[in-house]
Write a protein that binds this ligand. Structure first.
Ligand SMILES: Cc1ncc(C[n+]2csc(CCOP(=O)(O)OP(=O)(O)O)c2C)c(N)n1
Ligand SMILES: [Mg+2]
Length: 353
């Protein structure tokens, strides 16, 4: 599957000033463009859902983009990423063209899971994105397992295993943490703490509100991170990745973030105030990155408009591709279910034609 490639833009002369940050111009522009693509793609997704072109469950990541952008600026493409059902931004950050995600959400055969997974089951072997999991916390032991495979195979790849603040209440987290520490697995557990599991706040879920502390009883290096800021995310991930690649084992990072939209597409949001949403929107990660770009004169207003247009074009191309693609044929139903060709329960006799 093709990668989103930046088209070479006509250079616009901008006055170079001394940088106000330790990160490069290229890093900021990459953060800006990738987060803008995630945001615009999901805004379109929301509209298409209302038009019933996308059906089933659908959870938007809008507001949380810095977690993916700040992590991806550290990772190698071969590294692994796994997450829950709020899973459109992570594969975009990995480099998967969003048209395969849009086609998947419209249940088309050209989708990255051949139209059989939908919004919650985005997957890309090519970009080492291991899903997209609808069972809350289901991806935690899977993430540890992927890291175990890498350790077993003797390479230096790392796995980023994202989970929600609600997912940390699953018992499997403790088994995975224990084994990951015991075997020093190259996995980074990232809690996307957006303060709510559906409509239930962290405060109503547990006596312990600092979720990073969950790692301490396993002596796992564990830290809170400002998840609305790409720089802070990058630095925390950089340190954790270095530890994992060296063979020193896992890290737990609690990234404090916020989702601007409801839990899924049907959510009256009676559990929070509009002011609370506005408070977080005022720290928007895309706006913050753009402010640094402007302050350093790294992009002119023409460059910014061109970047926005490029993103709009990719989103439009994705919708067109998805709409023009066919639905899968019924025989697809039995394909890719089991790797074993002669799996006994799907022989010709049991097939529904
Ligand atoms: C095992 C399991 N229990 C319950 C659900 C229903 N459910 C879906 S999402 C969700 C909330 C999870 O919240 P969180 O982990 O904070 O992730 P977020 O949606 O905030 O990204 C629940 C309870 C489920 N999918 N799986
Ligand atoms: Mg949550």
């Amino acid at each position: 599957m093709e990668k989103v490639v930046s088209k070479t833009k006509k250079a616009t002369p901008v006055a170079e000033t001394k940088s106000t940050t330790k990160f490069s111009k290229e890093t900021y522009i990459k953060w800006y463009e990738s987060m803008l693509l995630m945001r615009k793609f999901e805004e379109k997704t929301g509209q298409l859902y209302i038009q019933q072109k996308i059906r089933g469950f659908c959870h938007l990541y809008i507001g949380q983009e810095a977690l993916v952008a700040g992590s991806e600026s550290v990772l190698r493409r071969e590294d692994r990423v796994i997450t829950a059902y709020r899973d459109h931004a992570h594969p975009i950050g990995r480099g998967l063209h969003p048209k395969y995600i849009m086609a998947e959400m419209m249940a088309k055969v050209t989708g990255c899971s051949k139209g059989k997974g939908g919004s919650m089951h985005i997957f890309s072997k090519e970009f080492n994105f291991f899903g997209g999991h609808g069972i809350v916390g289901g991806q935690i032991p899977l993430g540890a397992g992927i890291a175990f495979a890498d350790k077993y195979n003797g390479n230096d790849l790392v796995t980023l295993c994202y989970m929600g603040d609600g997912a940390v209440r699953q018992g499997a987290l403790h088994e995975a943490f224990n084994m990951a520490m015991l075997w020093k697995l190259p996995v980074i557990f990232i809690i996307e703490n957006n303060n709510y599991a559906m409509g239930t706040s962290v405060e109503r879920t547990s006596n312990v509100h600092d979720l990073w502390k969950l790692g301490l009883s396993y002596e796992m290096p564990s830290y809170p991170v400002d998840g609305m800021t790409c720089e802070a995310v990058h630095e925390a991930i950089e340190e954790a990745v270095a530890r994992a690649r060296k063979g020193d084992g896992p890290t737990l990072l609690e990234m404090k973030t916020y989702r601007y939209k409801g839990h899924s597409m049907s959510d009256a949001q009676s559990y929070r105030t509009k002011d609370e949403v506005k408070e977080y929107q005022a720290q928007d990660p895309i706006e913050k990155v753009l402010a640094t770009i402007r302050k350093n004169n790294w992009m002119s207003e023409t460059d910014i408009e061109a970047a926005e247009q490029k993103v709009e074009d990719i989103v439009a191309e994705s919708v067109k591709f998805a709409e023009e693609s066919p639905f899968p044929t019924p025989d697809e139903l039995f394909k890719d279910v089991y790797t074993q060709d002669d799996y006994p329960y799907i022989d010709d006799e049991n097939k529904i034609e």
